[in-house]
Each structure stands twice: as C-alpha cells, then as structure tokens.
Design a protein around this ligand. Structure first.
Ligand code: NAD
Ligand code: DAU
Length: 377
C-alpha cells in the first residue's frame, strides 16, 4: 500500500494524473490536494470520486501546518506536485500570486515533507517528491528556420503531414534557466528549491519539464479550449502578435503516462524533459482548429477563418519552445502515443460534446474577468 498526495489534482493535467493513478493502482491511496482556485474543478473527476482508494482534501499548499498534519495522518510516502498558478497572462497582471503559490507553496510542501520523512525510522527510504515543471524555465529558442525544416528527431507521434522544426536548437536538460515571464520565473525558482532539498537534505526528488499540453478538461483561458469555444460561438479569436510563435504540443494523457513512468522508475535527483516533438506556429494550429470545428459542425469549409483577429502581443512573448525528450525515451522508453491530428480531433470533439462543462466555467465572474482582460487590445 502506498499513500500518495497529488497536488493540483482538480486542475487540467492533475485531473488526468489522478484518474490514471486511481484506476491503475487500486492498491494505492490517492489523495487529491487542491485549493480549488478558479482553475480547480471537481467536475473533472466525477468518474473517480466514489472510488475507495480516492480522497479529496481542499487545502492551500501554502498551509504548512495543515499539510504536515495530512502527511502524518495519511502516512504519505509519495508526493506528485502539480498545484500552481499556470497561466502566463495572469502572471503578467498579478505576479505576487505566482510567487506565493508556485514558490512559497512548493517550499512549504518540501519543508513539511522533510520534517515528516526525517521523523520516520526509515527516513527517506521509499519516499519520493516529484515536482512537475514547465519548459518555459529555459526561456525562448531562436527561430532560425521560419518556414520550417525537416526535424532532426522523429517519434511515432510525429505527423506525416506536418513535422517541422523551426530552429536548430532544442531544450535539453542541461540548458541554463532563462525564464522571462513572472510565471516561468516562479516555476524556475520552485525547481531550484526542489533540487536544493535533494542536495542539502538528501530528499529523493525528481523534476520534469514539459511542453504545452492539450486535451480534455483544460481551463478555457488557454489557447486551444478558448479558441474551440469561440469558434463554436463565432466569437473573435484573439491572436497575439502575428501568430508566428511556436509551441511544442503534447496530448495530456501522454504527459500523465510519462508522470506515472517517471514517478515509479525515474532516477532520483534527475531532470527529464517531456515533449511531443510536435512544433506548431500558433496561426497554423488556429487554422486547424477552425477547419476541424467547422467540419464537425457541418459548416462550410473555412467559413470561420475571418474570426481570426490579430491583437496586441503578449508582453515578453517567448518566440519558440521545442523540447528534446530523448533522455526520457532512452532511459525509460517513453514516447508520445498520439499523432497530433488524432489528438486534435479527439480534443475538439470532447469540447463540442461537453458544452455544459464549458458553459458553467465561462459564465458569471469568469466571463467578466475576460472582458477586462481584452479591453484595449
Ligand atoms: P491548472 O491551472 O489547470 O491547474 C492548477 C491546479 O492547482 C488547480 O486545480 C488549482 O485549484 C490548484 N491550485 C492552484 N493554487 C493552489 C494552491 N495554492 N494550493 C492548492 N492548489 C492550488 O494547471 P495545469 O495546466 O494543469 O498545470 C499543472 C502543473 O503542470 C503546473 O505546475 C504547471 O506549471 C505544469 N505544466 C503545465 C503545462 C501545460 O501545458 N498546461 C505544461 C508543463 C507544465
Ligand atoms: O510550455 C508549457 C506551458 O504551456 C505551461 O507551463 C503553461 O502552464 C501553459 O499555460 C502553456 O503556456 P503558453 O503561454 O504557451 O500557453 P497559452 O495557451 O496561454 O498560449 C499558447 C500560445 O498561444 C502562446 O504563444 C500565446 C498564444 N495565445 C494564447 C492565448 C490564450 C494567443 O495568441 N491568443 C490567446 O488568446
């Protein structure tokens, strides 16, 4: 029997990780710890909430005393830490919240875990603190090939029709941290604290840095769900700058599979990059989304292309992200499983089929937040 706390389990990626662990490991006790901020939604976990090996605890990761008590009460031997403020645009408006949750919250978990585990006779034996981070800590890569070139790496998930690299450099695990946004600066700082707890106290930690995730249950402030919903309702699609920025997209269940593998088999104190070898310019993804939604809804081809609306660029907008995840492939045999076209089709269908889930989120307070955000763009 293992007792594992997954923080941020009511969010996008966390809910997929909780679902995977609850279903795959009935012998584990899975504790979903989440504050339920605007981004946390227990509806994401309706299908597992009655399982005997699942418990939800509403808690702020910054609440050191409560977290220490929970570790003692549940005899926790593993922590998979996803709770964070995760949206770059919000971090530009409100950096303090990002430092508080992402840095101080992570430090609070580390210190409580240290006190609890060091109080046990076996100490750190069989324990694990696994911190989920982002590729954004590495900063931005150059776009040396704006038209795209044949990439140097391939995977089973690379699509036949679109498999391009937009530069010659990639994020590898040994790269220097150069975060640009308050979000990525806070994540970078939390990564450093996690590694410091290994180096100073011997805590068995692991850090992974993943590229952009997409799939069901993503909060509709992020590009893909926001745009699918806007296309459905024929609302403008606010493309930042020229839409030329490049992101490397990974289907969220492939990330959850990687987390499972790394939690169980990853080497302590190591860093693993996780990515899809799947670079896309924003504007190209947006066109794919428009075509896919229009086809599924039986609209005329390209009829919604005029929803594309170029708006003021995001401040400090990173130009290109591209992950080299060959270390993870080599050491643990992980590869993304889905071709991007397949993943996008599944994702668009999921959002169109779950309109009620979307409507609940996009009404009321949240809607007003968006109005403020786009005012003046
Ligand atoms: P999300 O915003 O969808 O979910 C975050 C969750 O954390 C929410 O359920 C929220 O309620 C919870 N939370 C926030 N502050 C909290 C606090 N103080 N105490 C307890 N819970 C709190 O985020 P996501 O996109 O699922 O990202 C999860 C993690 O993965 C984050 O650490 C993020 O940095 C990282 N990540 C995300 C991506 C991506 O593409 N979304 C890529 C790489 C890494
Ligand atoms: O790379 C991993 C990161 O990916 C994660 O660490 C973050 O938590 C996650 O939010 C994501 O960050 P991005 O900033 O890349 O994701 P977002 O969906 O906000 O934006 C994707 C791209 O689309 C980015 O270049 C900005 C652009 N964009 C986004 C929105 C919301 C637009 O052009 N218009 C928009 O309205």
């Amino acid at each position: 029997m293992r007792s594992i706390i997954i923080t941020g389990g009511a969010g996008f990626i966390g809910s997929h990780v909780v679902r995977l662990f609850v279903n795959k490991y009935p012998e584990y006790r899975i504790i979903n710890l989440d504050k339920l901020t605007y981004a946390g939604n227990l509806e994401n976990l309706k299908d597992v909430e009655d399982k005997p090996n699942y418990r939800f605890v509403r808690m702020d990761i910054c609440d050191f005393d409560a977290f220490l008590r929970l570790m003692q009460e549940e005899h926790v031997d593993g922590i998979i830490h996803l709770a964070a403020e995760s949206h770059v645009d919000r971090s530009i408006k409100d950096p303090f919240t990002f430092a508080q949750t992402n840095v101080m919250g992570t430090l609070s978990l580390l210190q409580a875990a240290r006190i609890y585990w060091e109080s046990l006779p076996e100490k750190y034996e069989g324990k694990r603190f696994y911190h989920i981070s982002t590729d954004e800590v590495y900063g931005a890569l150059e776009m040396t090939h704006p038209e795209g070139i044949e990439p140097p790496f391939t995977t089973t998930a690379s699509s036949e029709s679109h498999h391009l690299a937009y530069g010659d450099t990639f994020f590898t695990e040994d790269l220097k941290y150069q975060p640009h946004s308050p979000y990525s600066a806070a994540k970078a700082s939390s990564d450093h604290f996690v590694r410091a707890f290994h180096d100073t106290y011997g805590m068995p930690t692991i850090v992974t840095n993943c590229s952009n995730n997409y799939g069901p249950y993503q909060f509709p402030e992020k590009l893909i769900p926001l745009f699918i919903n806007n296309i459905r309702h024929r609302k403008p699609l606010p493309v930042y700058g020229k839409g030329e920025n490049v992101r490397d997209w990974l289907y969220v269940e492939d990330h959850a599979r990687a987390i499972d593998l790394i939690f169980h088999q990853g080497r302590v104190a190591e860093t693993y990059n996780i990515g899809g070898f799947n670079e896309w310019k924003n504007i190209d993804i947006i066109r794919v989304l428009i075509r896919t939604v229009d086809r599924i809804l039986g609209r005329k081809e390209d009829e919604d292309m005029d929803l594309i609306t170029y708006v003021t660029d995001r401040a400090g907008h990173d130009l290109r992200y591209a992950i080299d995840s060959r270390k993870l492939q080599r050491e643990l045999g992980w590869e993304p499983s889905l071709q991007f076209e397949e993943g996008i089709e599944k994702t668009v269908r999921w959002y169109l089929d779950h309109q009620q889930w979307m409507d609940r989120i996009t009404s009321g307070e949240y809607e007003r937040y968006y109005e403020d955000m786009y005012k003046g763009r």
